[in-house]
Design a protein around this ligand. Structure first.
Ligand code: PBG
Length: 323
């Protein structure tokens, strides 16, 4: 009799025939940072995740490096007073975030640092694009993104992640980087980024929720699958070095589609809401949080993601270390 169970009879056989493994070197750990001194500030809806002061985050990066995490995506938090319609702070001389990128790269030259390129943390409208008379303008946003990307490149960023879903931004940013001599800075495009309810905790962490309206005129409709391939085609043509699907777990079909059609590495962003769901249920004792984490990261990898941006990175690294 044909018995598939034979391949499951012991942990060593299961490990031998395992088709998918999550690797720590493929994880990118998001870190929220703010200007000034002071302690880390917990984020209520994301247990275990903090806003780090620009001083404290150095120790945190060191701790992560010692655990084997070598890639980070940084998100700056700004007070309302630093925001304006044009997101001017994003490329200003006195932007602490740009200085922090340089500092981290000089202290830890071998790590990979990624940064979002989008207006929302700097925008008084809380949108990813320039808002004029209630409209989010596309082409007028591009030069702002170009300036932001070049400023981050000057600071020493390794990868920029256009996360705003404006049309034509990958090409615009590539040209801006190249024209300024930053031919080595990579672009990981947020290729298929959906207008999802899963970003709530992140917007709380950054205090970056839209002041009016929603993001549905630029982020994708969760109902659409074919459209992700159109976005992929454009991003590849425009010069993206890596492409991303976001969120991850509710969009495994999209990850799988994109993996089939992409000739560059595929990333998935396991977003704040996905993390919050697991943590909330685990806190209530309704789910086993650790097993959920592993199953989530495994399913994202199995669907085809080569890279995962995840708030679980540190917990996963700790687990691997204690194995
Ligand atoms: C900003 C940005 C968002 C996230 C990453 N970059 C929020 C948004 O688009 O509203 C979400 C990440 C998360 O929820 O973990 N453009």
């Amino acid at each position: 009799m044909n018995r598939p169970r034979r391949n499951r009879k012991s942990e060593s056989i299961r490990a031998m025939v395992r088709e998918t493994n999550v690797s720590l070197s493929s994880l990118i750990y998001p870190l929220f940072v703010f200007e000034g001194k002071g302690d880390r500030i917990p984020i209520a809806s994301m247990p275990g995740i903090f806003r780090w002061s620009q001083e404290e985050v150095i120790n945190e990066v060191e701790a992560c490096v010692n655990l084997g995490i070598h890639s980070f995506v940084l998100f700056p938090v700004f007070p309302e007073s630093a925001k304006d319609k044009l997101a001017s702070k994003s490329f200003a001389e006195d932007n602490f975030y740009l200085h922090l990128i340089s500092k981290l790269k000089s202290l830890f030259p071998h790590i990979t640092l990624m940064s979002d390129v989008a207006m929302d943390p700097y925008s008084s409208d809380g949108h990813d694009g320039l808002v004029i008379e209630g409209k989010i303008l596309n082409d007028e946003t591009l030069p702002i993104l170009g300036n932001m990307a070049v400023a981050q490149a000057q600071a020493g960023i390794d990868i920029v992640g256009p996360s705003d879903m404006m049309d034509g931004r990958v090409e615009f940013i590539r040209e801006a980087l190249d024209d300024n001599g930053f031919t080595d800075v990579s672009i990981m495009s947020y290729t298929a980024k959906y207008a999802s309810a899963c970003y709530g905790p992140f917007r709380e962490a950054l205090d970056s929720a839209p002041r009016s309206g929603d993001k549905k005129t630029y982020q994708m409709d969760p109902a659409n699958r074919m459209e992700a391939l159109r976005e992929l085609e454009l991003d590849l043509m425009e010069g993206a070095d890596m492409v991303m699907v976001k969120p991850a777990t509710l969009y495994l079909d999209i990850i799988s589609d994109i993996k089939m059609h992409s000739n560059v590495p595929v990333a998935a962003y396991n977003v704040s809401g996905e993390y919050a769901m697991v943590k909330a249920a685990a806190e209530k004792g309704w789910l086993d949080g650790n097993r959920m984490m592993n199953e989530m990261l495994l399913s994202i990898t199995r669907a085809g993601a080569d890279i995962i941006l995840t708030y679980f990175a540190k917990e996963f690294a700790l687990q691997e270390k204690n194995k």
